[in-house]
Ligand binder design. Sequence first.
Ligand SMILES: N[C@@H](CC=O)C(=O)O
Length: 312
Amino acid sequence: MLTKIETSELARSVLAVPPFALTPDFEVNRDANAKLIRHLEAGGVSTLLYGGNANVHNWPVSKFAEWLDSLEGSVADDTWLIPSVGPDWGKLVDEAAILKSRRYPVAMALPMIAPQTPDGVVRGLEDFVDRSGVPLIVYIKTDQYVPAKAMGRLVEQGAVFGIKYAVPRADLTQDAYLQELIDAVGADRIVSGFGEPPALPHLVHFKLAGFTAGCVCIAPHLSMSFLHALKRGDEAEAKRLLEVFLPLEALRERHNAIRVLHTAVSLSGVADMGPILPLLTEADPAIHGEIKEAARALLAAEMTARQQAAAA
Ligand SMILES: N[C@@H](CC=O)C(=O)O
């Protein structure tokens, strides 16, 4: 696991946001998580962010140390592994005490929906970093979650490393808050935060450093090719590559992104994720056929692309 990180790491790899594999009695399934990690690393992904898709919101703090250590023990030496903390202040305090004694260079603060105020969020983030010594990626899902000026100050202080930006807009190229954040901290510290489709306008229009995604867990080589096409300004190739992700993304959008991804990784055959923790439930069995078809088609495209790259 990488223990020292430069800002440029945000652009080096897609930030994969994997589901987390459990045994039927909700224990860590180390082998299945390792299998998914090997698949991602073999496809060229070197950054793994365990957050929303891993249902970290619902993971008990009493098992946070075990969770961290099982992941750290499963990644390659040059993989950047980012655990999530929060979202509420109580979890931030308890998790800061655990992270303090570990080697993770950065953690991500999950977004708090309520009860919170922007100034209260800033206070909580600063408090976490004071307690743990670990700087944060801040996950922003709502407009003005943290005022841009405060974010600039937190970056200058070294408390904030970067931003995962996932505020939905009718037109993603029109976003005054995102522009304020870029002006305050620089586009090189911000990644688009909700999958391959929004990454296209975010990287083309705002020149964000990179993006986080869930479908990358099935098709890492293709998602990395999509990132590279965006970074070199080849919008036509990026649009072509994006097409292959759209059927599974459409199911995720329609039926819940986290639940569908969890089931899709299992049904694709990449690794068996097992059950999903309460307060979530697995995707409805009635749509398993559709998920399986989309997930297997995506995996087949991935393996073909890998073979073509190896032969070239
Ligand atoms: N929610 C996005 C990116 C992760 O945060 C996805 O799952 O594609």
